[in-house]
Ligand binder design. Structure first.
Ligand code: NDP
Length: 434
């Protein structure tokens, strides 16, 4: 902590993983002897850079760009870019650290990294977003590549931003290097199912957890937070499995739709018009109420899918949800539950799927996009979704088996942390003092 002052989210992520790893280091002291824990929480490389650009009013703007290349033991650094005003080194490092274990869990050859900027895309014109992305890539391009580091999207970075970033990379390098970024458009190297993959994968993971209790999504009331890429696709998949999803939210407020969220309307408002969930309430009619501010976790349901941002679900909310019949939580977002909330869920016997396992479908499908790019191929939606399903079932089963092996049956936190760690640590040991 002394070495990384003020990086509270990074401390939180490392603490949670290290608590699980005590079980491993007791059983296998060679990891501690090789100082793997000290090595794994120090990034291989951290890049911080100035991003100057000009807004529509002709004023010069300065943002800060980040790329933390955390661990490349299993493959090129891989992880998204986040554009949000809250971004600083502590957030990028927590996300990059989590990404190491998540990527290992997918079983694909990808290392861990993350990046972004404190740029706020909200309220910016297309031209402003493009100029920002071009300036951001003008520095980033020298650090990335198909075999080095492959960024993707995250909060505030979707298909539009990846397009502008890719265009600038191509322009500077004079290379059509499809595998340098994932989340590309379908017509120019992107993979079908990638936009849906994180949300779909979260629901697939939750479905596997529910099965262990003889349940499914059929007939369940589901609470989702967020209204971005992950949330919308989680809502769609849960409803296709027979659930009623009651909620969606953004940083202004949340909606409760007793008839179940109309996904097409929500997509139109959020993805096409770039509007707010309040607009959904106005357009949808009488089944919906909109709550300005407040917390979506005031609504009751059997399954909770937090899909907005870190630390959005705290201990008090967890206690309330458990009291009102919560059965399962699968994290679509990264670290959305505070440590206190996780403890409440686990003590109450609620099925709890941590983000590094439950939301790994996005990065896994990014790795499938890289495979398609490398072989200059394009797979069908059905085939790619089948691969995603196999991967999510595989991650679930690996987490469950590892938890069992270490005497913590049903503890997906322990299962995910240990399973991901062992794979990365063994590769680090084999590769010498790296
Ligand atoms: P988007 O930018 O598409 O959507 C984010 C959503 O969360 C928006 O509705 C946003 O509301 C809301 N939100 C963001 N910050 C806050 C906040 N501080 N308080 C309340 N609501 C907030 O991002 P994604 O859907 O891509 O990402 C959501 C989460 O999923 C993140 O934790 C991300 O790291 C994680 N994730 C994403 C993956 C992907 O493939 N995209 C892969 C794996 C994990 P508003 O518009 O008001 O800001």
């Amino acid at each position: 902590f002394r070495r990384n002052p003020g990086e509270v989210e990074f401390h939180q992520a490392v603490t949670e993983v290290f608590e699980s790893l005590e079980l491993v280091t007791q059983k296998h002291p060679h990891y501690a002897e090789a100082a793997i824990l000290q090595r794994i929480c120090e990034p291989e490389r951290q890049i911080i850079f100035r991003v100057p650009w000009v807004n529509d009013a002709g004023e010069i703007q300065i943002n800060r760009g980040f790329r933390v290349e955390f661990n490349s033991a299993l493959g090129p650094f891989k992880g998204g870019l986040r554009f949000h005003p809250s971004v600083y080194l502590g957030i990028v490092k927590f996300l990059g650290f989590e990404q190491i274990f998540k990527n290992a869990l997918t079983g694909m050859p990808i290392g861990g990294g993350k990046g972004g900027s404190d740029f706020d895309p909200r309220g910016k014109s297309d031209g402003e977003v493009m100029r920002f992305c071009q300036s951001f890539m003008t520095e980033l391009y020298r650090h990335i590549g198909e075999y080095t580091d492959v960024p993707a999207g995250d909060i505030g970075v979707g298909g539009r931003e990846i397009g502008y970033l890719f265009g600038q990379y191509k322009r500077i390098t004079n290379r059509y290097e499809s595998g340098v970024l994932t989340g590309k458009g379908i017509g120019w190297g992107g993979s079908l199912v990638r936009p849906e993959a994180t949300g779909y994968g979260t629901v697939l993971f939750a479905q596997e957890m529910l099965k262990t209790r003889g349940q499914t999504f059929e007939g369940q009331r589901v609470i989702v937070s967020g209204a971005g890429n992950v949330a919308i696709n989680a809502i769609e998949k849960a409803q296709s499995f027979g659930a009623t999803v009651l909620t969606a939210s953004d940083s202004s407020g949340y909606i409760v739709d007793e008839a179940g969220i109309d996904v097409e309307l929500l997509r139109q408002i959020k993805e096409v018009e770039r509007g707010r969930v309040a607009d959904y309430a106005q357009r949808r009619g009488s089944s919906v109420s909109y709550v300005d501010g407040g917390s979506v976790w005031d609504v009751d349901g059997a399954v909770a899918l937090p899909c907005a941002t870190q630390n959005e679900l705290d201990e008090d909310a967890a206690i309330r949800l458990v009291k009102n019949g919560l059965v399962a939580v699968a994290e679509g977002a990264n670290m959305p539950s505070t440590s206190g909330a996780v403890a409440v869920f686990q003590d109450a016997g609620v099925l709890f799927g941590p983000g590094k396992a439950a939301n790994a479908g996005g990065v896994a499908t990014s790795a499938l996009e890289m495979q398609q790019n490398a072989s200059r191929d394009a797979w069908s939606f059905d085939y790619t979704e089948k691969r995603l399903t196999e991967i999510m079932v595989g991650i679930h089963d690996r987490c469950a088996a590892t938890a069992e092996e270490y005497g913590q049956p049903g503890n997906y936190v322990v299962g995910a942390n240990i399973s991901g760690f062992v794979q990365v640590a063994d590769a680090m040991l084999a590769q010498g003092l790296i």
